[in-house]
Design a protein around this ligand. Structure first.
Ligand SMILES: NC(=O)CC[C@H](N)C(=O)O
Length: 360
């Protein structure tokens, strides 16, 4: 019924032929893979995937459709999806649209019928790689050549952060949430705990932030390389020691950089919903949701006021730090889950406790 009409071309010249889904347009991005078995709606709408083409390793995607409630942002900005098989007739009581309809609406292309196992092996061996979803009639080697020449954008946080501050009122602790491309799950967790939230843009100054008299500051997740936002790093330097701070993912990387640690790019990143993380303080292992391509260099922590609190069980990389003097802690994984297990959800309670406890 469907004919091969699209190809995924990688910068090394490999070609994967498949069937187009979603928008009939050409888009290039960094090709990454996510190993979660469910949660494709939350994943494709997570702003940390801005500019990336997501390969879903789970072989059937779209089988429960898309609903109005599970978006992490209503403006997803991924560059495409790659699947083994797409379900065109989903069946679920929450289903409102098909994945194909929504991708068309959002102007995001996709390709199905791909051997995602072989593609994932390639990414694991080669490391994250640039790719493009394009028409099958294009000369793949010329496409690969132009991919190699083009650099990916470095202003990704600017693309997804709010332009203006806004409020989500509550009767509890006042939190300034710095939006680096935040998932709505972070706001949901703060709302659930009654917080009075002021969401501020990534380039808000320390003075503007402190003028809100926050009880605490949260730094969200976000796309791209953390070293691309030096202005946010220097703002964080000015905020440390003034009020309790909690950072998630990009927030964690920026706190670490602000304290003098270093970050580096992982070969193929951690993206999935069952990544084990060991809490070095309690000895407990949490199963966590993750989506990151960069990590904090554990060796570089020795020259800082930060201590290592969590490590990834799979590869021993840094998954969390805390400040030795001030109420500042951060994790590389996603305690707000969506999608994923809720094991580390208690970290939001810890942040609330920190805000209650600390008087500066
Ligand atoms: N989810 C995130 O915040 C990811 C942070 C950063 N963009 C990385 O890939 O490591």
């Amino acid at each position: 019924m469907y004919s091969l009409d699209k190809q995924l071309v990688l910068e090394d010249g490999s070609v994967y032929k498949g069937y187009g889904i979603g928008a009939d347009i050409e888009m290039a991005g960094e090709v990454v893979f996510n190993t979660a078995m469910t949660g494709y709606q939350e994943t494709l709408s997570d702003p940390s995937y801005n500019g990336q083409i997501i390969t879903f390793t789970y072989p059937l995607i779209g089988n429960y459709g898309i609903n109005r409630d599970d978006y992490e942002t209503i403006n997803p900005s991924i560059k495409g999806i790659v699947t083994r098989e797409i379900c065109r007739k989903p069946s679920n009581f929450r289903k409102e649209f098909t994945l194909d309809e929504v991708l068309k609406d959002l102007n995001i292309p996709g390709i199905s019928g791909i051997d995602t196992r072989s593609l994932t092996k390639k990414i694991r061996e080669h490391g994250t790689i640039k790719g493009i979803i394009t028409g099958i009639e294009k000369d793949a080697q010329k496409v690969a050549e132009s991919l190699r020449k083009n650099n990916l954008p470095t202003n990704q946080i600017e693309q997804v952060s709010t332009k203006k501050a806004f409020l989500s009122s509550g009767l509890g602790k006042r939190v300034v949430l710095i939006d680096l491309g935040m998932k709505s799950g972070i706001m949901r967790e703060l709302n659930l705990r009654g917080c009075d939230i002021i969401v501020m843009p990534h380039d808000a100054s320390a003075k503007e932030i402190l003028r809100q008299k926050p009880d605490g500051i949260m730094l969200s997740n976000g796309p791209g390389d953390p070293v691309d936002v030096p202005e946010t790093i220097s703002t964080i330097k000015d905020l440390i020691g003034k009020v309790p701070i909690f950072g998630i993912c990009m927030g964690h990387q920026l706190i670490s950089l602000a304290c003098g640690a270093k970050t580096y790019k992982l070969k193929f990143g951690h993206r999935g919903a069952n990544q084990p993380v060991k809490n070095l303080i309690t000895g407990k292992v949490d199963i966590t949701a993750q989506n990151h391509g960069y990590a904090v260099d554990i060796d570089s922590l020795k020259d800082t006021d930060l201590e290592l609190t969590h490590i990834a069980v799979n590869d021993g990389t840094c998954e969390g730090v805390r400040h030795k003097k001030y109420s500042v802690f951060s994790v590389q994984y996603h305690p707000e889950a969506s999608p994923g297990p809720h094991d580390p959800n208690y970290l939001f309670d810890q942040f609330i406790e920190n805000m209650k406890k600390y008087k500066y």
